[in-house]
Design a protein around this ligand. Structure first.
Ligand code: BGP
Length: 471
């Protein structure tokens, strides 16, 4: 057994988002996910949509008490633009929505949980997609900065940790390259512009925050992971370097150093797809970097040499022309979800931030193990015995702790998610919660992992079996 001790003020927490937990009660606008579900329910697992989600809109007082019972001292959720703002063009506040978010924030604080707030968690108002092309438009970028400013003014007296976007790369990939999010386009040039506009939106929101001179911190949540090469062959290494630029360095460099990676800019220029920009925008990005980084990590990325020569003829630009995904043979898997389990990546990320990004303050903002049909693991007392999740958390914390003991400036660990929730096209398939939710009755009950986490958070330490650590 090895004992791991964490710092006194470590953030033991969990993350969710407005669209995945609240339910659509009293919302005046659809977000892109609501719109997509209304249009194509068959794209969603068991055709279940976000209408009720985990009914946080009505249950938040009780839900937050349950989160407290899990030992959480910090929780991240998001404010839905499509709920808070009643006139999207004039940026006016819906008073009932503001009252709801005020009550939520107050309930967190009353339960001694610091609320962390994300401003955009894949939930652009659908109207802005239809009228202006969504994140392809710089007008939408400015509207987002206005919405962000409303949030800071309304809630910044109590919210001290803000995040502009959650996983902006997923918006780019899902919506503009791989068709797993609405608008389900395949358009490399649009994808590149959307990536840039999302960064600009983040930097403009940060600029608004700085102008208000509030006493909190602002950052971004990125899904970072090293792009591990399939082998040490020259071609695989080159593929991994290019994938790394796109998957990791694009948003990381722009958000933390205020500059896009020059090698990526050169490549996009050569491809004739570089984003439309100007000096003022680049200066604004340069000046408005983050205070704090959230890293979402679920599974590693592995890549190998591309399938075709990048010089093949009549091939539209798609970033992955420079690599292809690689499945490690005999990989350790979460078979149910189809994702590789590789906790050592957390250490590699910790060292990367320490060595290449000035040891920026950061935390794990999402990590977790999605499993379907967890009723399989109910014990006689009706508690889900999710020992696999406890082991998953322990192993990731082990590697995080190792990075921290070598000086990486990591402030906390948030699990995805406090209460089993709805998720984009996967709907309720994958359960990640510390708290089980019967979606038919909205009955919520702590899982075994919640009891484990409470003990760990209270003592700030846990023991890990040496046999499960393979360095
Ligand atoms: C992350 C998102 C979350 C959540 C999670 C699990 O990428 O930030 O919002 O959806 O993935 O997703 P899923 O249930 O689809 O596996």
């Amino acid at each position: 057994m090895k004992k791991l001790v964490f710092p006194e003020h470590f953030w033991w927490g969990a993350a969710t988002s407005g669209p995945q937990s609240e339910g659509n009660f009293k919302k005046k606008h659809q977000n892109v996910m609501d719109y997509w579900y209304a249009k194509a329910p068959e794209d969603f697992y068991n055709q279940l949509g976000p209408d009720t989600a985990s009914d946080f809109y009505h249950d938040f007082q009780e839900d937050i008490k349950l989160m407290k019972a899990c030992g959480l001292n910090t929780v991240r959720t998001s404010i839905q633009w499509s709920r808070l703002i009643d006139n999207l063009e004039k940026n006016t506040v819906d008073t009932e929505a503001a009252a709801f978010y005020n009550a939520v924030i107050d309930a967190f604080i009353a339960n001694e949980i610091q609320p962390f707030i994300t401003l955009h968690h894949f939930d652009l108002p659908a109207e802005l997609l239809h009228k202006y092309g969504g994140w392809e438009s710089k007008y939408v970028v400015d509207l987002f900065a206005g919405f962000a400013e409303q949030c800071f003014e309304l809630f910044g007296d109590r919210v001290k940790h803000w995040f502009t976007h959650n996983e902006p790369l997923v918006v780019v990939e899902g919506g503009y390259l791989e068709q797993f999010h609405y608008p389900k386009k395949v358009d490399g040039k649009a994808a590149v512009q959307v990536a840039y506009n999302l960064q600009l939106a983040s930097s403009k929101a940060i600029a608004k925050y700085r102008q208000l001179k509030q006493d909190g911190q602002i950052g971004i949540i990125l899904n970072l992971t090293p792009a591990y090469p399939a082998s040490q062959d020259k071609e695989d290494l080159a593929a991994s370097q290019k994938a790394d630029l796109w998957y990791n360095r694009l948003f990381m460099d722009a958000s933390s150093k205020g500059e896009f990676p020059p090698a990526l800019v050169r490549l996009l220029e050569e491809e004739g797809v570089l984003w439309q920009t100007d000096e003022n925008e680049l200066a604004l990005i340069g000046e408005n970097t983050i205070d704090l980084l959230g890293v979402n990590f679920y599974h590693p990325n592995r890549v190998q040499r591309p399938r075709y020569s990048p010089n093949s003829l009549a091939v539209d630009f798609l970033p992955d022309k420079y690599w292809q995904r690689y499945d490690l043979p005999m990989a350790r898997m979460n078979i149910d979800k189809g994702w590789e389990i590789y906790p050592q990546a957390v250490y590699d990320i910790a060292k990367d931030i320490q060595e290449n990004y000035g040891n920026l303050p950061w935390y794990i903002s999402e990590n977790g193990m999605g499993v379907s049909r967890e009723e399989r693991y109910l014990n006689a007392e009706g508690i889900v015995e999710d020992d696999y999740r406890i082991q998953f958390i322990k192993e990731h914390l082990y590697w995080l702790h190792k990075g921290m003991s070598e000086g990486s400036n990591c402030l906390g660990y948030h699990l995805w998610t406090p209460i089993d929730c709805w998720s984009w096209s996967n709907a309720y398939r994958n359960r990640y919660g510390l708290i089980a939710n019967d979606i038919h009755t909205q009955t919520k009950k702590l899982k075994k992992s919640a009891h484990w986490l409470r003990k760990t958070a209270e003592s700030g330490q846990f023991e890990i079996e040496s046999a499960i650590i393979k360095e």
